[in-house]
Write a protein that binds this ligand. Structure first.
Ligand SMILES: O=c1ccn([C@@H]2O[C@H](COP(=O)(O)O)[C@@H](O)[C@H]2O)c(=O)[nH]1
Length: 281
């Protein structure tokens, strides 16, 4: 792995468009692909996506939950998917959404941004034990040139009850998260390594909460396009002047076109083209 995550991602987005394809081996998708709902099935699913999309999308995002539900064999399958992607030169964001007290975050840091086979190019984390609790993982990620995506405004409707709440300092919680990420990325070019997760489904929340996403100067991972109902056009409203930082993410909509590799590539290309066009406006 050479160079920082932000720079590597910017290069891939320029080449393939601002789309991250999710690898979410849901039980119904495994059935539709003719695969068993077991560790071998999720491994075949993940490796098929990597083989089909390497060189065609900016990155992939394996959802750890769908591998972990098969226990240690599922985790081993996730490790093989990550290894395949690395060998193919395809960036991976491991969607693990870890968050704990700082001393335990040091363990998650070793697992997801250190030397473990679970480490991809970046990982998703939850700041809801306090942004400062992420410090051990942020520091190890920076040392290793890896990225971190911090949940800010999630795509699910339930997230607002926590993320829109106003904290003791008078700032909405999600704004405080965004400002903390901005401090990590200060001065980085083309942008830094600490991104945010901001759902494509959040409508006017960014502006309503007074969040300056452009100032974050880090990649903005936007799940919710496709199966959750957001369209590429929604990205304009949600992200406004921060459109240059957006990396839209779509899982089920792309995966429904598998297991045929050409079908997966066509679906990913259609999504990437729609997102690129919407963000160019
Ligand atoms: O706010 C969030 C954070 C993460 N996700 C994850 O993204 C994918 C979405 O899958 P679709 O099939 O495109 O709906 C999934 O892995 C989620 O856990 C999110 O949706 N929202």
């Amino acid at each position: 792995m050479s160079g920082r995550f932000g720079a590597r991602l910017a290069e891939q987005v320029a080449a393939h468009g601002p789309l991250c394809a999710g690898i979410d081996p849901h039980a119904p998708l495994l059935a539709a692909w003719g695969l068993a709902d077991d560790a071998a099935g999720v491994e075949r699913f993940g490796r098929t996506v990597v083989e089909a999309l390497a060189g065609h999308v900016a990155c992939v995002k394996p959802q750890a939950a769908f591998f972990e539900r098969h226990g240690s064999r599922g985790v081993a399958a996730l490790e093989r998917v990550i290894a395949d992607a690395r060998d193919a030169g395809l960036l991976t964001i491991v969607d693990a959404k870890r968050g704990d007290i700082g001393s335990t975050m040091a363990g998650y840091a070793d697992a997801f941004v250190g030397d473990s086979p679970l480490a991809g190019d970046a990982v998703t984390v939850s700041p809801y034990l306090g942004f400062g609790s992420l410090r051990p993982l942020l520091d190890l990620a920076a040392e290793r040139g890896r990225g971190v995506f911090v949940l800010a405004l999630t795509s699910n409707p339930e997230g607002a009850s926590v993320q829109h709440a106003v904290g003791a300092d008078g700032r909405p919680v999600a704004r405080a998260v965004a400002e903390a990420a901005a401090a990590e990325n200060a001065g980085a070019a083309p942008f830094g390594d600490v991104g945010l997760v901001v759902g494509a489904t959040v409508g006017p929340a960014v502006a309503g909460l007074g969040i300056d996403l452009d100032a974050v100067n880090g990649p903005l991972l936007a799940p919710g396009v496709g199966a959750q109902g957001a369209t590429a056009a929604d990205l304009q409203q949600v992200f406004g002047d921060a459109r240059r930082l957006v990396l839209a993410s779509s899982s089920r909509e792309v995966l429904a076109a598998g297991p045929d590799p050409a079908g997966l590539r066509d679906a990913a290309r259609r999504s990437a083209d729609a997102v690129r066009a919407a963000l160019a406006v």
